[in-house]
Design a protein around this ligand. Structure first.
Ligand SMILES: Nc1nc2c(c(=O)[nH]1)N[C@H]1C(S)=C(S)[C@@H](COP(=O)(O)OP(=O)(O)OC[C@H]3O[C@@H](n4cnc5c(=O)[nH]c(N)nc54)[C@H](O)[C@@H]3O)O[C@H]1N2
Ligand SMILES: Nc1nc2c(c(=O)[nH]1)N[C@H]1C(S)=C(S)[C@@H](COP(=O)(O)OP(=O)(O)OC[C@H]3O[C@@H](n4cnc5c(=O)[nH]c(N)nc54)[C@H](O)[C@@H]3O)O[C@H]1N2
Ligand code: SF4
Ligand SMILES: [Mo]
Length: 717
């Protein structure tokens, strides 16, 4: 809209965060200063409101701790001592070091480390891909999040968006499964509430009473990582109760007879043993869901974070196909509807530039890669980290720190702050925040494209990520047109504007209106799979997978072939026990008896905002939820300082003793900075193990023990 009256301007923003809501925002600018950021009232999802994390987003841009100039390390690694240098010196030093490494060890000794810390199509996940592919650097496999969920989805129903989250307004029955909507997908809640006002029942399936579970009509609490058994018992019950829509199944489902046989033994009593959920409840849930019209399921990312998570998700995806729920406007599943945005990935990433045979290193195994444990040849000699903070967000993070301390590792980090990772950098480059650069946002929680307009000049010498890579490309001598495009040209290039999903949508329109919904049909009448039309090879919902090997679903891989020949994926969905639990590893559980669930913090967005006093006050110190029985048996009281420990590592927290968690389970949320928690953070106790599919993480599949602080101090002496 760019309303101009005097020096006041309003421009369109798109929330840059890795959050399904991708809010449409309005930037108010006065005399070149960002004075206010608010939600766009005309956006059907944002509806004018931002979440607690972003409600002072303008101030965030002026945070006095921001890195505004390139910095060079002057003290030992991690000592947080830096001096200001010029951009020229910074770029020159980087290119000199990189050229020497390429000369001596080959380009694969250099590795980009990046993620969705910025979600923009220009400044986000893929911003450095063309550059590092051109270089021939090690390819970074970025599977922090949703790779297990998306691989399960892609294999079963194909690259379809599934159920429109807006369609939940018409739901008759809702299951929110492994998602804490009120913290992590807030703008979906009004659609859920609308349905409830019209009589829909809300069931939340979560191992503890999350904020969202507290609001449910019915909270079902399986043991962490046992959802596969719960889903299989629902399938068993739906079949035995005659709730299968046989016509739908005959026409649009592949593998029903095999699934029926496979589910024969999965009785509710069998599942009760595994999940701890009473058999009668499982039967009731399956019958209620199977008899309801407009039965909707919301599947969160969190479900994938155990050994059996992805298999569980396959089983859940099978459920609406059995009952024919997809025939209703609010029937089916909402998972991560990013598939139908016609993003021009090949043009953005240039995977065709990756030299044949280039190795792939997974970001979750960064510690092993940097410490030499994975025996890489050549070893990693330099990393460039942007849009991510692996020192807190990856697994086995203490090992990453050990790697980052290597004197012969040259580390470049681009960030807004001296993050826990940037603290180990040799060179830090100052990056722009959302109001300071142009971008275009896709979403994984709704169907709107949202424009983000540069509203103010960057402070100091901060640069957009795209500009950082233009400068690096020029220094490295890469003259390709890819590295000469301005940010606005990159915005233009990000989408395949000839695709049917965006007919009638143009950048001009986005500059006028701020956002536009993809042409996928209105929520109230859209029924994408009423007649099958799944985007699988058979066009059916593929419950049975023959001869499929593990791989990482697009868009998290850019090298589609990289994982071909991986381990075989089970033919049918089912229950795979957690790596660690009192029933799967009873010996280990003698020493470490508690299953730790490590989900998102309410007031932080991953590690963003965890360095800001206002958000810290809202979130409180690192807490650990503990059941009263588990607390009492260890002499721990509410508010006591405790240590959480296992063989991988340890961190300190404050005990919150509450019935919200069952016995045997502790909950500690992620995002707290290491600099404020020197012993460790929640991912200090996370073993670096992949989950069931797509090389996904297993943050919530670790046994721990908790100790009163005094005792742990004694033990350490
Ligand atoms: N225990 C546990 N661990 C988890 C999870 C969990 O639930 N539990 N969740 C996992 C999941 S789902 C995810 S997505 C990952 C997230 O992991 P990350 O994406 O690594 O998390 P962030 O804290 O968002 O880190 C992003 C960093 O990029 C910086 N940044 C933001 N915008 C820009 C920009 O425009 N330019 C540059 N150069 N830098 C920028 C931020 O300041 C921040 O330091 O964490 C994973 N780790
Ligand atoms: N406030 C806030 N919002 C965020 C983020 C943030 O850091 N803070 N991060 C964003 C990102 S990157 C992502 S990926 C999304 C993630 O969004 P969600 O998928 O909602 O992620 P979590 O909050 O980690 O977990 C949701 C719930 O799943 C439960 N859970 C954990 N393990 C299991 C299990 O085995 N079975 C079942 N049934 N439930 C389980 C947890 O107890 C938790 O209450 O959130 C996004 N939104
Ligand atoms: S973090 Fe999510 S809910 Fe908050 S403003 Fe951004 S997109 Fe909206
Ligand atoms: Mo995520």
């Amino acid at each position: 809209m760019t309303q101009q009256n005097g020096e006041k301007q309003v421009l369109f923003g798109g929330c840059p965060h890795d959050c399904p809501d991708t809010c449409a925002m309005l930037y108010s600018v006065e005399d070149g200063k960002l004075t206010n950021v608010r939600g766009n009232p005309s956006h059907p999802i944002t509806k004018g409101g931002l979440c607690v994390k972003l409600n002072d987003f303008a101030d965030h841009h002026y945070n006095p701790d921001r890195v505004l100039y390139p910095l060079r390390r002057v003290g030992p690694k991690g000592s947080n001592s830096f001096e200001r240098i010029s951009w020229e010196t910074a770029i020159d030093e980087i290119q000199t070091r990189w050229k020497a490494i390429i000369e001596n060890d080959g380009a694969e000794a250099i590795m980009p480390v990046s993620y969705l810390g910025n979600e923009g199509l220009v400044q986000g996940l893929n911003v450095g891909d063309a550059f590092f592919n051109r270089m021939g650097a090690t390819v970074c496999e970025r599977t922090y999040c949703a790779s297990g969920s998306l691989t399960a989805w892609f294999l079963t129903v194909g690259p379809t968006n599934g159920l429109d989250p807006e369609s939940f307004a018409y739901s008759g029955y809702i299951i929110i499964w492994g998602c804490n909507t009120l913290s992590t997908n807030l703008h979906h809640w009004p659609f859920v509430m609308k349905a409830r006002q019209n009589g829909a029942k809300l069931v939340v399936i979560d191992p503890y009473k999350s904020r969202t579970a507290k609001q449910a009509d019915w909270h079902i609490a399986p043991k962490p990582g046992t959802d596969g058994a719960l889903a299989m018992a629902m399938i068993h019950t739906i079949i035995k109760s005659g709730l299968v829509d046989q016509q739908y199944v005959d026409n649009y489902v592949l593998g029903f007879p095999e699934l029926r046989d496979h589910a024969e033994h999965c009785t509710p009593e069998w599942a009760e043993e595994i999940t701890g959920v009473p058999a009668d409840d499982i039967t009731k849930l399956a019958r209620e869901y199977g008899s309801a019209r407009n039965a909707s399921i919301r599947v969160g990312v969190a479900l994938e974070r155990t050994a059996g998570g992805a298999q569980a998700i396959r089983a859940i995806i099978a459920i609406p196909a059995l009952t024919g729920a997809w025939k209703d406007v609010a029937g089916g599943i909402y998972q991560a509807p990013l598939w139908e945005f016609p993003v021009n990935f090949p043009a953005i990433c240039r995977p065709d530039w990756i030299p044949e045979g280039t190795r792939v290193v997974n970001i979750l195994k960064l510690g092993e890669a940097l410490t030499g444990e994975s025996n890489l040849d050549p070893p990693i000699k330099s990393i460039m980290v942007y849009n991510t903070n692996p020192v807190t967000q990856a697994m086995d993070v203490d090992k990453i720190i050990a790697g980052l301390k290597r004197d012969d590792l040259f580390t470049v980090v681009a960030d807004h702050f001296i993050s826990d990772t940037a603290a180990y950098a040799d060179i830090i480059l100052p990056a722009t925040m959302a109001a300071e650069h142009d971008d275009l946002m896709f979403s994984w929680g709704h169907y709107y494209l949202t424009i983000n307009q540069k509203a103010i000049e960057p402070p100091g010498e901060a640069c957009s990520n795209a500009e950082i890579f233009r400068r690096l490309a020029s220094a490295m001598g890469y003259g390709d047109p890819e590295f000469r495009r301005s940010d606005l040209e990159l915005v233009e290039n990000a989408i395949d504007w000839s695709a049917p999903e965006v007919q009638g949508i143009s950048l001009e329109r986005l500059r006028e209106e701020g956002f536009a919904k993809l042409n996928l049909g209105p929520a109230g009448s859209r029924r994408p799979h009423a007649e099958g039309k799944f985007k699988t090879p058979s066009g059916k919902c593929e419950i049975l997978l023959e001869n499929v090997t593990n791989f990482v679903a697009p868009p998290f891989r850019q090298l589609y072939e990289a994982m071909q020949g991986g381990e075989p994926i089970e033919r049918l969905p089912g229950y795979t026990p957690p790596f660690e639990s009192p029933f799967s590893t009873p010996e280990l559980a003698k020493q470490y008896p508690l299953n730790m669930v490590a989900p998102k913090s309410h007031a932080f967005l991953n590690t963003n905002y965890a360095n800001e006093p206002k958000k810290q006050r809202m979130q409180g110190d690192q807490f650990v939820l503990l059941n009263p029985h588990d607390a009492a048996s260890r002499g721990i009281g509410d508010g006591h300082k405790i240590e959480v420990r296992n063989a991988t590592g340890a961190f300190d927290g404050v005990a919150k003793v509450t019935e919200d968690v069952p016995t045997g389970v502790v909950v500690a949320t992620v995002g707290y900075w290491r600099s404020a928690n020197p012993k460790g953070t929640v991912n200090s106790v996370a073993a670096a193990r992949f989950g069931g599919m797509g090389h996904c993480p297993t943050f919530s599949d670790n046994l721990v023990e908790v100790f009163p602080h005094d005792e742990s101090l004694l033990a350490a002496e």
